[in-house]
Design a protein around this ligand. Structure first.
Ligand code: SF4
Length: 612
């Protein structure tokens, strides 16, 4: 029996029935998947029937906390939103940091599962007693910016912390996100899952202290980790933030440009992190309970509120769309945050549309008319399109609200071969041909193209592998990176801490022992990382995954990179297929990539008696 870190139950809210019940979570479950993304994936599987509609009442949205949330450990104020993605039809999760996570855990639960559909637009208020569904006609359909909706809720319910969707979530944009206190669970369209349930916001409050099995040891570890979090391993995040990547990636010819037609951008200098820092930086910030503080805010125009910027926003709304104007990129990033759409999928889908427009692929009629002035580098057009997408306000906006995969299928012809996605998820800011271990990580990712659940790029950047070739060695790095990320996201700690930890699984086990009192060991946690990936794969299999999905768009096999340090690089189809097979073998999957029947059987009791 554990003595800390967990409340050993989750809250199940049924919106249609207007009921809420606490459901016990046993020790075997907690040890098997730890918390965060692991617990979220497990509960999502248990709480749904095969092949459900992610936007239907039978869909579940899981908010999962980790055992470390609410403890003094740095960067631990996080939660995972987990659901079946309306963009990919596969599992998706989004991590977010804020006092929402702490308040939710202090309601005395390890997770919250929301099912059903509210009879009218509502908010859900959760506390230690349970949940209440409250109609919110004044907040729905009003085209509020997310900051305005959050402010109104904060004034009306000052004791609650809120996670909110924007207009895009209400309109079921397939890459709508969920925001809380300026942080976003962006990827995979989980905001649309909430919107389909007619829920504008989830409010949480609680006063239960998170129990610590060994408070003294927890404090000692927390102090040591906080000290190391201020060392050289995190210096880059403090001094420039993730925007520092732009100039490095441009130099390595790994910076996706003009919908992946190139990997260097001639205007990169105008928007690189160093220049933004010198000319526009106006403040720093951090998530709740974080000692690193990687957030950097930049001036858009004098007198206007500065805007937070990350590398992924910068690349997707900048070079990927051929845009090098810093003011435009900052305005676009802020617009995505206020409308509630994912920046990577927004940039990826618009860049795809720009290429379609330049190639004349829009059919004659309203679409072609609207796309007439859509070109790479068309700044004002891109800004206007973001609003049209979030509101599904024009034929083109409505089409692009479906994401690049669906839009490409509707356009037909050559379009699908250069729509920038894996499993429907738009590709983040790592050029696959220049970083081929990362390319493998993208292809096999359960969430689709995913830099947060893989991290295989570290091998490419470390020089441990030839970054222009996916190999068996790449497969070993891809598996190890996935396992580490899965445990980090189950705990849940910020990934920017990882380099400050020398022996990740050992240190993670020590933290868990101190907080929970359970005898976690390093090897057990390493196995948990693999198990969490298998839970996700089993969920995807149940929802119709086929081996053909573990691939990349044809462009990456058929077109070579045109310039820079990666000039001439392309991905060899046969070599890539071999590296995928090597990944399957190392992950313990069968030849085609399915979870073998004996392993699935072993996991059936964990997954609620699921049958294959
Ligand atoms: S390092 Fe950055 S992203 Fe991570 S918890 Fe701190 S502020 Fe948040």
């Amino acid at each position: 029996m554990g003595r800390g870190g967990f409340f050993e139950r989750y809250l199940r809210v049924d919106l249609g029935r207007r009921t809420a019940e606490h459901v016990p979570l046993d020790e075997a479950t907690r040890r098997a998947v730890v918390g965060g993304v692991g617990l979220g994936a497990l509960l999502l599987t248990r709480e749904t029937k095969p092949r459900f509609d992610p936007l239907g009442p039978e869909a579940a949205l899981v908010l999962a906390f980790g055992p470390l949330v609410g403890t003094p450990l740095t960067t631990s104020a996080k939660l995972a939103f987990v659901a079946k993605s309306p963009l990919t039809g596969r599992i998706s999760d989004g991590l977010s940091s804020s006092s929402f996570a702490i308040a939710g855990k202090r309601a005395g639960v390890d997770a919250i599962v929301i099912v059903g559909e509210a009879a009218e637009p509502s908010i859900v208020l959760i506390d230690e007693e349970g949940a209440e569904v409250v109609p919110c006609p004044d907040l729905w359909g009003r085209d509020f910016q997310i900051s305005e909706a959050s402010e109104r809720l904060g004034k009306e319910y000052p004791e609650h912390r809120f996670a909110v969707i924007g207009v895009a979530g209400e309109r079921l944009v397939r890459y709508a996100g969920i925001a809380n206190e300026g942080r976003h669970a962006g990827r995979g369209g989980l905001g649309a899952v909430l919107g389909a349930k007619r829920v504008k916001a989830i409010g949480v409050r609680g006063s239960r202290a998170v129990p610590l099995a060994d408070a003294e040891a927890t404090l000692r570890i927390a102090k040591d980790l906080a000290r190391r979090s201020l060392g050289p391993a995190t210096e880059k995040y403090r001094s420039l933030g993730t925007v520092a990547n732009l100039s490095t990636f441009n130099r390595l010819a790994a910076l996706p440009t003009r919908n992946f037609q190139a990997s260097t951008f001639e205007e990169a200098r105008r928007i690189e992190g160093e220049v933004l820092h010198e000319t526009r930086e106006r403040g720093r910030g951090s998530c709740k309970n974080c000692t690193i503080g990687c957030e950097h805010f930049y001036e858009v125009r004098p007198g206007q509120r500065p805007v937070k910027m990350e590398y992924e926003n910068l690349f997707a709304l900048g070079p990927l769309c051929g845009i090098g104007d810093p003011e435009v990129v900052l305005r676009a990033s802020s617009a995505c945050d206020e409308l509630g759409i994912d920046t990577i999928s927004s940039g990826g889908t618009i860049a795809f549309a720009m290429e379609c427009a330049e190639r004349g692929l829009f059919p004659a009629g309203p679409l072609a008319e609207e796309a007439r002035d859509l070109r790479f580098g068309a700044c004002e057009r891109m800004l206007a399109l973001l609003g049209d997408i979030a509101r599904r306000r024009t034929a083109l906006g409505d089409l692009l609200a479906e994401g690049s995969r669906r839009a490409a299928e509707m356009l037909g012809g050559d379009a699908p071969s250069f729509a920038p996605h894996v499993k429907g998820m738009e590709i983040p800011g790592y050029e696959p041909r220049a970083l081929q271990t990362m390319a493998l990580g993208f292809a096999v990712g359960t969430r689709g193209a995913d830099h947060n659940r893989s991290g295989a790029y570290e091998a490419d950047f470390s020089g441990k592998v030839n970054r222009f070739e996916a190999s068996e060695e790449s497969a070993a790095h891809a598996v190890a990176a996935e396992d580490r990320a899965a445990v980090m996201d189950a705990l849940i700690l910020c990934k920017f801490l990882r380099r400050a930890m020398e022996n990740f699984f050992g240190e993670a086990a020590e933290m868990l022992r101190a907080v929970t009192g359970l005898p976690f060991e390093a090897e057990e946690l390493e196995r948990a990382g693999g198990r969490i990936t298998l839970v996700r794969r089993l969920f995807n299999e149940r929802e119709g995954w086929t081996p053909a999905e573990d691939t990349l768009p044809a462009r990456f096999f058929e077109e070579k990179l045109p310039g820079g340090a990666a000039k001439g690089a392309g991905i060899d189809r046969e070599g890539f297929a071999r590296s995928i097979k090597a990944y399957h073998a190392r992950r313990g999957l069968d030849e085609q990539g399915y979870v073998p029947a004996d392993i699935a059987q072993e996991m059936a009791s964990l997954l609620g008696g699921r049958k294959r």
